[in-house]
Design a protein around this ligand. Structure first.
Ligand code: ZN
Length: 225
């Protein structure tokens, strides 16, 4: 299955329109959404927050969608995703012989964002999901990158990934990890044999494509940002 992977939209309906145009042009029918939908100014207002989520999801309703929340999304987005039957948070979806294993949110940030989890909670949830995964091929779909890679470095040079996500990758060695969250750390790295991709923020014109059968991720960007 070919997916377009979109993350950290942060209210940019202009970039979202470009993404839809790209998907149509490339005949991509499925979109994987890695969270952080509301605009920066409004993520703390949980009513406005969920309005941004609805607006974003409505624009994508012609596609087969799967989504996890980001740390800037309201906790109630999970109900919205469940209602629309597109929720991948704390869930596994199997396409042919590949499992997509999802967990949204992030560990505590300096910005008091609405969807933050403890490392223990992240570890427990991912451990449960990994134990339930039956396919050989595994793709971990998370908002936050694993700790201490090229994909989790902030603009002041600090690693801001999750140690629990890193531990789970070391233990279960999924084939691929797609993540975002640290906008300035778009790129690729490895933990053992596992390929890690920070897909970058759609807000900044970045996205990726994922072939879940062949286990290929390509980092992409719009020509005009
Ligand atoms: Zn973000």
């Amino acid at each position: 299955m070919k997916f377009m992977v979109l993350a950290d939209i942060h209210g940019s309906m202009e970039k979202l329109d470009k993404a839809v145009e790209y998907a149509r042009k490339e005949d991509i029918m499925s979109i994987l959404l890695l969270g952080d939908l509301p605009s920066y100014g409004e993520f703390r207002d949980l009513d406005r927050n969920i309005e941004w989520c609805e607006k974003t999801l409505n624009k994508l309703e012609d596609f087969n969608l799967l989504a996890i929340p980001g740390n800037c999304d309201s906790p109630s987005i999970v109900d919205e995703l469940d209602e629309r039957e597109i929720n991948l948070h704390k869930k596994i979806k199997v396409f042919d012989d590949t499992s997509l294993i999802g967990l949204g949110g992030s560990t505590a940030t300096p910005y008091q964002t609405p969807f933050e989890l403890g490392e223990g909670e992240i570890h427990e949830n991912l451990d449960n999901l990994m134990k339930k995964t039956k396919t050989e091929k595994k793709i971990l779909v998370v908002h936050q990158p694993p700790w201490n890679t090229r994909c989790d470095v902030t603009n002041v040079g600090v690693h801001a990934g999750s140690t629990a996500i890193r531990d789970i990758i070391e233990e279960y060695q999924p084939d691929l990890v797609v993540c975002s969250h640290i906008h300035e750390s778009r790129g690729k790295d490895f933990i053992g044999e596992t390929e890690i991709y920070n897909t970058g923020a759609l807000l900044d014109g970045y996205f990726s494509t994922l072939d879940s059968g062949d286990l290929i991720v390509e980092l992409q960007e719009f020509d005009e940002k």
